[in-house]
Ligand binder design. Structure first.
Ligand SMILES: [Zn+2]
Ligand SMILES: [Zn+2]
Length: 141
């Protein structure tokens, strides 16, 4: 899988499909309390920029999880579809949705300070605390 290549995916029931052309075929993980409550574990995603497009929009439910972000999921099967920043439209799509899992590199982890003790990934990644992420995005909390 080379950078700039289109990737395709679907939810579990197939009612929603997604097409994206991410800049980098890199996977990131978020360990924040909200992501872990949302998915039951860390959120593993591909940053699809603002270019992710979804079909089957009638089947997408939106949940506004904070002032700055919303989360989409399939109404029929509950599959998590995206985490999206409201201001920029930057969209992270769960990596598991995509047909191909080949050629991906797991490169970064965020909210590493909110990761519980009972697990740790062995991959060598670049890790950031929540405070470092908020500083990067200009948020104070
Ligand atoms: Zn579905
Ligand atoms: Zn998170």
């Amino acid at each position: 899988m080379s950078d700039g290549k289109q990737i395709n995916g679907t939810c579990l029931c197939g009612a929603v499909s997604v097409t994206a052309t991410p800049e980098k075929h890199e996977v990131g993980a978020c360990h924040c309390n909200m992501c872990r409550k949302w998915g039951g574990g860390p959120f593993m995603e591909i940053d699809c920029g603002s270019g992710a497009s979804f079909t089957g929009e009638d089947n997408i439910s939106l949940f506004s999880s904070s002032d700055w972000a919303e989360r989409g999921f399939c109404k029929s099967c509950g599959t998590h579809l995206f985490y999206r920043l409201k201001e920029t439209g930057q969209t992270m799509v769960p990596v598991g949705l995509f047909e191909s899992q080949d050629g991906l590199n797991f490169t970064g982890q965020v909210f590493i300070d909110e990761k519980p003790e009972f697990y740790a990934f062995a991959n060598k990644t670049e890790d950031f605390t929540g405070a470092e992420i908020f500083a990067m995005f200009g948020k104070s909390e």
